[in-house]
Write a protein that binds this ligand. Structure first.
Ligand code: ATP
Length: 663
């Protein structure tokens, strides 16, 4: 064994350190070995022990993808039943390589844990070296990393087969991994497991796709007439006008972009299915109701491939169209009114992660689960907390926001807990009710909780566990009914580890973690631009629309300051605009500067909501100016506006706009 280890180490070093390797070029394991040594600074002669995350950190990773985990679990259990007797175990990791779910033989748990084949293990290539999960996350294709293909000598007994898992918007969600502690030496022994893993990964992705688009029709295309109903490789979700609102990995690979990569399908969203696969809106809905002749004979796509189609009708009723709100309704509502669903729903457009977060938080908010909102500064943590309060049963009670970072240390205690008359010099003669008591019955929002001094954390913990407050100078505690939400842009787990945040308070506050993505990765940027533009225009009492080039410049900016920066930019642009139109020159200079190298974000914005939803409502001025600018070419105008042609026609009808040549 010692010999095997040292010859493996020699081999990795000789390949990984070759200055310009010609032998094995394109071999993804050799490439990975080089990366491990040159980029990650790993040393094959120094084995890296398995890193298993503590439960608090693991929970954060799990909560970020909770609903996907439920879908994936069903697929994992079924697959495990098929491979358990062969000595395999299953891991599901997130896009960071952290194992967020695991199924293995309880009798081998100790060995599996020692090998890192366990819940919470970190299989990112930067830590674990070349391996099934880590290398699959980089290559984004199914791979088997068999025995000595691993980088780290401690892994050379393992065989690991991994398949990437993508969200309906093409984002990499994580990896399904099937591993064994021991296996035959021949690599071919893993062929069957390789195919099985890819098949289950596709089944999990498809189940997640169908769940995400349960309110839409779904077109499946398959090569086999008899199987298309159950396993079409290609799936498109479409709206009532036959426009694509989602495409699965198979569809993105075959029909999206020129390079065939699975993430290049974003431009499919928004296009009419008729253009892409030659199925018009009438045929689609006719098939949803019970099939047509096309179903029997199949269809030829523009790529000259023959497919059999099948349509799954919407399984849930479509949501009522939500018009954009001029401003978020964050205040308390009158008694008996319906929950402020719009404030919460309006937080995002068609971004899958945001929709998931809204859906999850709606289900949690009235069940005594303390919510911890995480996200970069300006990403909308307070907006989310307020909208959640407005959605909750306590919406008629106070929402009290405390910024733990901005109250001076000397005052925070009295501000929070209150004080009795004469309990300290400088206090009001009658004493004061602290913020905690002001929030009685409602929501106490502790913003920047990561900055709260340690001694106050102890007092806060007591308030939360005993549901009573002892104001400064008081002899008896006062009972209080609190729902607490907290937020921070800091890494609270790090703070717990370095001793500046109490672990017990962390667990008390993080019943569920709501992670807000930064604006630069949100697929609903266009929705937010339109919305904030409308809000800022209303604030200034102006009727303003965005020009196509200005919208494109805003889409290309990277938004380091998140939604706060976007709001400020829109405020500036609305103030600068002339004649009801925001031109490129009206945008703040940092936005213009930041757009030059940015990726073409415009293509990202095709809200996954049915036409007629918030993201598709256009002002008549904007529509008219786009049509005029493109000489009444509807396709070009639709492209510039980032919506599909059918929506342009529908909006023209709504605003009574007729092209001059038809007058
Ligand atoms: N979904 C949203 N829709 C409209 N405006 C938003 C949204 N999210 C954030 N904003 C705006 O962005 C700004 C910052 O929002 P907010 O204060 O909630 O961010 P935050 O994450 O709490 O910031 P910080 O970490 O600095 O406290 C505010 O002007 C808010 O109105």
């Amino acid at each position: 064994m010692r010999n095997a280890l040292s010859s493996h180490i020699d081999n990795v070093i000789s390949v990984g350190l070759q200055p310009s390797r010609s032998e094995g070029k394109g071999n993804l394991f050799y490439d990975s070995w080089t990366r491990c040594m040159r980029q990650h600074g790993l040393d094959p002669a120094r084995p890296t022990p398995a890193r298993i995350l503590p439960s608090g950190q693991l929970r954060e990773h799990q909560q970020r993808m909770e609903s996907f985990l439920r879908v994936a679990r069903a697929g994992m259990e079924e697959m495990y039943r098929r491979v358990a007797d062969l000595g395999y175990m299953l891991l599901l990791t997130d896009a960071d390589g952290i194992a967020v779910d695991y199924i293995g033989n309880p009798a081998s748990e100790q060995q599996l844990k020692a090998a890192g084949l366990y819940l919470g293990a970190d299989w990112n290539e930067a830590h674990a070296g070349t391996c099934g999960v880590g290398t699959c996350l980089i290559e984004q294709v199914p791979i088997t990393c068999h025995q000595t293909e691993h980088f780290d000598a401690t892994h050379i007994a393992l065989t690991c087969t991994s398949s990437p898992l993508f969200a309906p918007d093409g984002q990499l969600l994580g990896v399904l991994d099937v591993s064994a502690l021991h296996s035959p030496e021949a690599r071919e022994s893993q062929h069957l497991v390789f195919h099985l893993t890819s098949m289950y990964a596709q089944m999990i992705e498809d189940a997640n796709f169908l769940r995400a688009f349960a309110r839409h029709g779904v077109l499946r295309l398959g090569k086999s007439c008899g199987l298309v109903e159950v396993s079409g490789e290609v799936m498109f979700a479409f709206d009532e006008e036959g426009c694509i609102v989602g495409a699965n990995t198979g569809a993105r690979r075959r029909f999206g972009g020129s390079n065939g990569s699975c993430t290049s399908g974003i431009e499919l969203v928004g296009r009419a299915l008729d253009e892409v696969v030659g199925l018009g809106v009438d045929s689609l809905w006719a098939m949803a109701r019970g099939g047509t002749a096309k179903e029997m004979s199949g269809l030829w796509t523009q790529l000259q491939e023959h497919y059999y189609p099948a349509v799954i009708a919407p399984r849930l009723r479509p949501q009522a169209a939500v018009r954009p709100q001029p401003s978020i309704d964050l205040g308390a509502r009158s008694e008996g009114s319906a929950p402020a669903a719009t404030a919460l729903d309006a937080i995002g457009g068609g971004d899958a992660q945001i929709r998931d977060l809204i859906d999850r938080s709606k289900r949690l908010v009235d069940h005594g689960v303390s919510l911890l909102v995480l996200g970069e500064t300006g990403s909308g943590k307070e907006v989310l907390a307020r909208a959640l309060h407005a959605h909750s049963r306590r919406r008629d009670k106070p929402f009290v926001a405390v910024n733990c970072a901005s109250i001076p240390d000397s005052l925070i205690e009295s501000e929070l807990f209150g004080y009795t008359a004469g309990s300290f010099t400088g206090g009001r003669a009658k004493g004061a009710k602290g913020l905690i008591l002001q929030a009685d019955g409602g929501t106490l929002f502790l913003d920047e909780i990561g900055d709260m001094p340690l001694h106050l954390q102890t007092r806060l913990l007591r308030v939360l566990s005993e549901q009573e407050v002892l104001p400064i100078g008081a002899e008896r505690p006062v009972p209080v009914q609190l729902n607490v939400m907290a937020a921070t842009h800091r890494d609270l787990c790090d703070r717990v580890l370095d001793g500046s945040f109490r672990e017990d308070l962390y667990y008390r506050l993080s019943g569920a973690v709501l992670q807000l993505p930064p604006l630069r990765v949100r697929a609903d940027l266009g929705y937010l631009i339109e919305r904030l533009c409308a809000e800022e225009a209303e604030r200034l009492g102006r009727d303003v629309t965005l020009s196509g080039p200005a919208l494109q410049a805003l889409m290309r900016h990277d938004w380091p300051g998140n939604v706060r920066e976007l709001r400020n930019a829109m405020r500036y642009a609305v103030a600068m605009s002339r004649d009801g139109l925001i031109a490129v020159d009206d945008l703040p200079v940092q936005v213009l500067r930041g757009t030059q190298a940015g990726p073409a974000r415009l293509a990202l914005e095709r809200p996954a909501v049915p036409a007629g939803d918030a993201g598709h409502e256009l002002g008549s001025t904007r529509l008219l100016s786009a049509l005029k600018q493109h000489k009444w070419n509807v396709t070009a105008a639709a492209q510039a506006l980032g919506i599909c042609r059918a929506t342009v026609y529908r909006q023209m009808k709504r605003h009574d706009i007729t092209p001059p040549h038809l007058l």
